[in-house]
Design a binder for this molecule. Sequence first.
Ligand SMILES: *[C@@H]1O[C@H](CO)[C@@H](O)[C@H](O)[C@H]1NC(C)=O
Length: 472
Amino acid sequence: MIAELRKQLETEAAEEEDNVQASIKLSLLFPKIFQKTKQEEEKTAMYGKVVLSFIFVLLLVFSYSIFIGTLDIRSYFFPRLKLPAAAPAPCAPEPPLRVFMYDLPRRFNVGMIDRRSASETPVTVEDWPAWPVNWGLKKQHSVEYWMMGSLLNAGEGREAVRVSDPELAQAFFVPFFSSLSFNTHGHTMKDPATQIDRQLQVDLMELLKKSKYWQRSGGRDHVFPMTHPNAFRFLRGQLNESIQVVVDFGRYPRGMSNLNKDVVSPYVHVVDSFTDDEPQDPYESRSTLLFFRGRTYRKDEGIVRVKLAKILAGYDDVHYERSVATEENIKASSKGMRSSKFCLHPAGDTPSSCRLFDAIVSHCVPVIVSDQIELPFEDDIDYSQFSVFFSFKEALQPGYMIDQLRKFPKEKWTEMWRQLKSISHHYEFEYPPKREDAVDMLWRQAKHKLPGVKLSVHRNRRLKIPDWWQRR
Ligand SMILES: *[C@@H]1O[C@H](CO)[C@@H](O)[C@H](O)[C@H]1NC(C)=O
């Protein structure tokens, strides 16, 4: 027993000795290694310097020879390519976005406009119906109609072209008129009237989920115009990942709709554009200082309008008109906006409203009162060059806003008016489409979202657990 114990102790001691010896050996070895690396380091540094100076001299000779013209870098790198001597245009147009448009039966789109035709074959450029002239306010939300038209009839130099092979597409357009579907079928928001609106959404999702291209990206590269706040209201949650074309983010949770992936569109303006606005003195020709027309009671942020009505009462040069939008009132508004220097744009039901775009095409400098507005095309357009902004707090301070507007320098106003005239074509929805019109700008914005889409698609293919960033 004792012998056994001693033996065990001895082996333990021996082991310990081994360890000590090992660490002594290591400490002896270590300085050697250290010295060796230090020497080597010096050597490498020396070689490095030599190589660097050699490269430097080479570069110098190289660039000098380009400079004096003995070496033609173009023919050196592209021996078979004859490049023109002149430099390329500084701003060569980018290639257009290649968009595949799903062929949907007409009940999803133009069937709601031209109801006499029972045909279900997808609409073509030959039988594309005109937007009905007597539809008044429905036009505000007709972005979907103009986007579809732009793909059917995309000409040279536009931001997007339609491709017939989905394999070549960078983005997918779903031509469902979800806003018009709500306005046509779902307006009362009561069953059974709204059933058709719901059924269209159900049928559409069924169709998309069978598509290889939807599955491949989870719908991330699919573009859906949905400008009415109630558009696609039954199944909107299934489009959380897709590129939505919206007019603002007022009503949706951030996980469903946000500036990272979605595109902000202008409303389609309802007043006629001011095409011959060429007065001698535009400032003096507009006699009203500030114009506003609209209903004074709105929900949520719109409460501010009631307060503004009180604050703006009693000024001679302020025109505050309470009216609902009828065909006749729209005409009156147009006249009012064309004879005013500034047009007030307070928050409506949602932070944006049609009024702002009516002001822009009337060349009336917008006065924007909203703390939460998102504006269309803002990565291309700087609104501060032709609009004036007030916070709610400033606007509700009695006398403050009118005082600021009266003091506003004439030259600065005139410059803003000129800017408005030069950008107002970006707010035109038209058929046939034109370069840099509203829809062209929307496609450009959609193009800007694509790098984010790609990132998101690639990451989601390899993630094993839900994304901790909560980004899409
Ligand atoms: C879409 O987003 C909303 C809000 O974040 C969420 O409540 C809903 O569950 C999401 N739907 C799907 C299908 O992921």
